[in-house]
Design a protein around this ligand. Structure first.
Ligand SMILES: NC(=O)c1ccc[n+]([C@@H]2O[C@H](COP(=O)([O-])OP(=O)(O)OC[C@H]3O[C@@H](n4cnc5c(N)ncnc54)[C@H](OP(=O)(O)O)[C@@H]3O)[C@@H](O)[C@H]2O)c1
Length: 255
């Protein structure tokens, strides 16, 4: 690590800037809270505003920025990144957290639904990475990208083929992008969570939850805070020689 400011550390309150996709709920919201607490300035988007966004904008008027954007329209990713640059003047970290899960057998899934799952879970995260990495390279001190994948990328599960294909694409993208951006001191990694409680998994039946627990060596579902801890580790100085890797956080269900 050659930058004079330790990456991920508050270099002075409200210095470094993180872009987090999908910061209104679930994992993205926890990431926003953690990064703000750690002294980052944070720009995030979701399709709609909610109470968390309104309250955070009030409590962190200088360090928090939110704007509506939709993964389904990749052009809004570029516009959002530009808005963060205009507001904060730099970009040091991108966490591609937002994702969209739709469960349906592949043969009955409409082609436009397949395309939208790939756009939401792969094309838009790539578009965000493109815009943020260009901003990081202009900053001249490097940066970091963390892509949120899923164990669906590394194990087969019925009913999630399109989502799984997009997430596996994100892991492949992570590895090759790390090779291109390493010389610019930009580290690129992905995290690969197993099941954790969020709105996305609220419809998992109790039977399926019990099955997941039984198959998980640690005997339980994950907690989103444990996934946040893994992101915080990957962006910390303790991970300064880690790039191009996918870190699985799943209680051992895929081991
Ligand atoms: N939960 C799990 O068990 C699990 C397991 C493995 C991987 N993951 C991955 O972890 C990440 C976070 O998942 P989560 O469970 O925290 O999700 P979540 O609770 O459903 O939250 C998703 C966030 O993304 C935003 N979002 C959703 N669709 C969007 C769109 N089309 N355009 C813009 N923003 C959108 C949501 O806000 P709006 O709805 O207001 O737009 C929300 O802020 C995802 O990438 C997911 O694939 C989750």
């Amino acid at each position: 690590m050659t930058a004079s400011v330790p990456e991920g550390a508050p270099a002075g309150r409200h210095d470094k800037v993180a872009v987090v996709s999908g910061g209104s709920r679930g994992l993205g919201r926890l990431l926003v809270e953690r990064l703000l607490a750690d002294g980052w300035r944070v720009g995030t988007f979701s399709r709609g505003v909610n109470e968390f966004i309104t309250k955070t904008a009030e409590s962190h008027p200088e360090a928090f920025f939110w704007e509506a954007a939709n993964l389904g329209d990749p052009d809004t990713m570029t516009g959002f990144t530009r808005a963060v640059q205009n507001r904060f003047g730099r970009t040091d970290l991108l966490v591609n957290s937002a994702g969209v899960l739709h469960q349906e057998l592949f043969l009955t899934t409409r082609p436009d639904r397949i395309r939208s799952l790939v756009t939401d879970n792969l094309i838009s995260p790539m578009t965000l990475a493109h815009a943020c990495a260009r901003a990081m390279s202009r900053g001249g001190v490097g940066g970091q990208i963390v892509n949120v994948s899923s164990i669906n990328a590394i194990r087969g599960y019925r009913g999630v083929s399109a989502y799984a294909g997009a997430k596996a694409g994100l892991d492949g993208f992570t590895r090759s992008l790390a090779r291109e951006l390493g010389p610019l001191n930009i580290r690129v990694n992905s995290i690969v969570p197993g099941f954790f409680d969020s709105d996305m998994t609220s419809e998992v039946t109790s039977t399926n939850r019990d099955r997941i627990k039984r198959r998980t060596p640690l005997g339980r579902l994950g907690d989103a805070a444990e996934v946040v801890d893994a992101v915080v580790f990957l962006i910390s100085p303790q991970a300064s020689f880690i790039t191009g890797q996918s870190l699985v956080i799943d209680g051992g269900i895929t081991c």
